[in-house]
Design a protein around this ligand. Structure first.
Ligand code: PHE
Length: 496
């Protein structure tokens, strides 16, 4: 096991390879790696870098079989074979067979040590039969590990049978001199500099080829934007309460789903261009479920389902107008309609995504923000359940001091705003809006009359500002965001 090893430094490996090839005319990358005691991949890397110089090398792909130690083989090479460990354990005094069996090496070790006649058993006691033994299994494994050839074919066969080594195929290169072989390569420039361009010297220079296969530098750690961080917390809370996520993949929505389906009259001030962004291209949507559209039209203009309606002339043109969705309740409306079509089943749904409002921008208002929306559809559901859900939901967020205030939404009755006490600001702040969806909205969809649906909407930005002590919403969202907020906030760091 005293094979000569020539430990090369990997510095300037390409040059060393050229010099070696000058003498030897041809070599196999695996054999060279073994001879120089280098990682094979390093040698391959150096050869590949030389291939960037046309004609210097010729290479041929070959597949070589090589013996590698299995995990168990590595363990035996490091710690000794089980049979040897048994022999050692037995010692000159002998040992109880039961004690040996308890050892991790006991079972296999006993069998082998008996087979080799190193030990024998007499009435449950194991004694040495040989005075001195050599752990040749370990020696052979150690030899094979460093690629030495002093292990016989029979020994290899035995090691394979014991699953201590296995044959693996390794892709190697047979390298010979190319048509323009040289040992003195022109220096290759990595960068084209302004000076080279100005002097024209670039014309005589050789440039390094781009290596499109090289991997990028691994960043030391990643960062989550505070908003995304809080979003993932909200998602986890919803999941832990048994909610499933709704698909929110559209920002452009028809007025029909954003307003009409939600029993929001066409003259409602929220539909004004001062509050809503209308989309000019495509300006209208035309595909709606026909029967449902008729029922929505009727309930708005004439009433029905126990409601007097709004008693006005409902116009399809108004419903067709495309808008940037003003709330994620448009997503909920589509989903509830879908649920009615599929046949009602109790459901808890949520969505978190962007919404858009034509607001005057200030420290707490942006024209786009995120909404966190929850919907619960179930029989015999009341406002009391909704309050219960909030108490649980906000407890998970760390907010326990809640107050509720009656409010008005065209699509819910009763409706309530949710307030939380903000310690820092020493006041109650509104954190969301909610309610029980109206029959005028649910029944035209085809949901059964005894099904109640509770819903709520929160802003994602507000709780994030409260949690992270951010005073201006523009520090949190939009083009002016200071990345240092993200980098320096330890809560945003995603350690590896
Ligand atoms: N859509 C409401 C929130 C809400 C959702 C569901 C039911 C009731 C209210 C808003 O934007 O404020």
């Amino acid at each position: 096991m005293t094979a000569e090893t020539d430990v090369r430094s990997t510095e300037n490996l390409p040059q060393q390879i050229l010099d070696f090839l000058q003498e030897s005319n041809e070599f196999n990358s695996i054999q060279l790696a073994q001879q120089w005691n280098l990682d094979h991949q390093k040698v391959i890397g150096a050869i590949k870098s030389l291939l960037a110089n046309e004609g210097v090398l010729t290479t041929k792909d070959v597949t070589e079989k090589r013996l590698e130690l299995t995990n168990e083989g590595v363990q035996f090479a490091n710690e000794g074979s089980p049979e040897y460990l048994v022999f050692e354990f037995v010692g000159t005094d002998g040992a109880a067979q039961a004690d040996i069996q308890k050892k991790p090496f006991g079972k296999i070790g006993m069998a082998k040590a008996m087979q080799f006649k190193w030990v024998s058993v007499d009435k449950g006691r194991v004694v040495r039969q040989a005075t001195e033994v050599t752990d040749s299994t370990r020696k052979q494994l150690e030899s094979l590990r460093i690629g030495s050839s002093d292990v016989s074919e029979n020994e290899k066969k035995e090691l394979k049978k014991r699953k201590l080594i296995s044959e693996v195929n390794i892709k190697a290169l047979v390298v010979s001199k190319g048509t323009s072989f040289t040992t003195s390569l022109a220096k290759q420039e990595a960068d084209l500099t302004p000076e080279m361009i100005a002097s024209g010297s670039w014309k005589d220079m050789q440039f390094k080829k781009y290596n499109f296969d090289s991997l990028g530098v691994v960043p030391s750690s990643g960062h989550l934007h505070p908003l995304m961080k809080v979003r993932s917390e909200f998602r986890q809370i919803f999941f832990s309460m048994g909610f499933s996520e709704m698909a929110t993949n559209r920002y452009v929505e028809s007025s029909f789903w954003n307003f009409d389906a939600l029993f929001q009259p066409q003259q409602h001030p929220a539909r004004d261009a001062h509050d809503t962004f209308f989309v000019s291209d495509p300006a209208i949507s035309t595909k709606f479920p026909e029967d449902y559209l008729e029922r929505v039209k009727t309930v708005h203009s004439k009433g029905g389902y126990g409601s007097a309606g709004y008693n006005y002339d409902w116009k399809i043109e108004e419903a067709q107008k495309n808008v940037l969705r003003t709330h994620t309740t448009a997503v909920s409306a589509r989903q509830l309609y879908q649920l009615a079509q599929e046949g009602f089943r109790p459901s808890k749904l949520f969505s978190i995504d962007r919404v858009f409002r034509n607001e005057t921008l200030d420290a707490t208002h942006l024209a786009e923000f995120h909404q966190v929306e929850g919907v619960i559809a179930e029989k015999n559901l009341s406002l009391a359940h909704l309050i219960g859900i909030f108490t649980e939901f906000f407890k998970k967020l760390g907010i326990t001091n809640l107050r509720f205030k009656p409010t008005y939404n065209p699509y819910t009755e009763p409706s309530m705003e949710i307030f939380a006490y903000h310690q820092g600001l020493t006041k109650w702040v509104e954190i969301g809006n909610s309610g029980m969806f109206r029959p005028e909205m649910l029944l035209p969809m085809g949901l059964p009359a005894d099904v109640n649906v509770a819903g709520y909407g929160l802003s994602l930005e507000r709780p994030t500002m409260i949690k992270y002590g951010i005073n201006n919403i523009r520090d949190l969202f939009g083009s002016k965001i200071d990345l240092n907020v993200v980098y320096n906030n330890p809560i945003c760091r995603l350690d590896k």
